[in-house]
Design a protein around this ligand. Structure first.
Ligand code: NAD
Length: 298
């Protein structure tokens, strides 16, 4: 079993670290939020006093942070770059969703310094993180992928080697652009059904058995009262924040621009989430987008 430094214990990182503890690893955990750290300690993680303290003697370091600037700052450009404090032969696994070019540039700096770094963003939501059924999408060398595999399998069910460094982030951006489009379409269709007198649960059951079936309908219904144990059943707290979906759609638009790939649907979804965010909903779960279709006055 490994000594693992885990930094970023939010909605996703907290349950992922807890699953590593369950698998028998020693997990040295750190988060800037005292509440997040407290939860991780209650799940069996060892409390670290700083990120540098968390990676002390760790053979594996996992980061699960909001965005590229946090990952770059923590590892390279901040006041105490972790790349200056890693144990010899440590493998750094970044599970955050960030820009592919930032992942590539961190990997290049790492390689020049003899450090192993891979991108391993995840899919599956908070439910998947809790159940240990996440999908990991890895960018890095085959040797690095093979080394990370047993640890990733303690937190997930499916692990893909997408290609070299950055490839995990490209695949993740494609997936989340699709997710944003599907959630917007699901909200739109359910709202139209309700406006025409249908029960959203009945309509959801119909579409799940029809050609409109998708992940949002199956496990993440946006209408309160249709499903238990989803953010819609809990005032859209927890889950995957609108701010993060907006960030991910920005990553997709950036890739679209760099590769001249047309993404009109992704662009429309980004516009909808932007509007919803601007109305003060950035910290709510992304399925709260249904509220955009149901203004309070209607
Ligand atoms: P979150 O905001 O709940 O958690 C992020 C945590 O990082 C916070 O607890 C914050 O305090 C901590 N943090 C930020 N900077 C830090 C630093 N320098 N040192 C230590 N801790 C720091 O976010 P989340 O929902 O857990 O998402 C994390 C990443 O996973 C994001 O990149 C997101 O896009 C991605 N993701 C999220 C989901 C989801 O359903 N929530 C699903 C797949 C991927």
């Amino acid at each position: 079993m490994a000594t693992i430094g885990f930094i970023g214990l939010g909605n996703m990182g907290g349950p992922m670290a807890a699953n590593l503890v369950k698998a028998g690893h020693q997990v040295q955990a750190f988060d800037l939020s005292a509440a997040a750290l407290e939860h991780a300690v209650a799940a069996g993680c060892i409390e670290a006093t700083s990120a540098v303290n968390a990676i002390n003697d760790a053979s594996i370091v996992i980061t699960m942070l909001p965005a590229g600037k946090h990952v770059e700052g923590l590892l390279l450009t901040g006041p105490t770059p972790l790349f200056d404090h890693l144990a010899k032969d440590a493998l750094v696994i970044d599970c955050s969703t960030i820009e592919a070019d930032i992942a590539r540039s961190i990997a290049a700096t790492a390689e020049a310094r003899g450090i192993a770094f891979i991108d391993a963003p995840v899919s599956g939501g908070v439910g998947g993180a809790q159940a240990g059924t996440l999908t990991f999408i890895v960018g890095g060398s085959t040797a690095q992928f093979d080394r990370a595999l047993p640890v990733l399998q303690s937190m997930g069910k499916n692990t893909f080697h997408a290609g070299d460094h950055g490839a995990g982030q490209i695949a993740k951006a494609c997936n989340n652009m699709m997710l944003g489009i599907l959630m917007a379409g699901t909200c739109e269709a359910l709202n139209m059904g309700m406006k025409n007198g249908l029960d959203p649960k009945v309509l959801s059951d119909i579409m799940k058995q029809s050609s409109g079936n998708n992940w949002a309908l199956q496990v993440y219904n946006p209408v309160p009262g249709v499903m238990e144990n989803v953010p819609a059943a809990n005032g859209y707290q927890g889950g995957f924040q609108v701010d993060l979906m907006f960030k991910d759609l920005g990553l997709a638009m950036n890739l679209s621009q760099l590769s001249a790939s047309p993404t009109p649907m992704g662009s429309a979804a980004r516009g909808l989430f932007n509007l919803h965010k601007e109305q003060g909903n950035g910290h709510l779960d992304f399925s709260s987008l249904i509220g955009l279709y149901q203004p309070k006055s209607s």
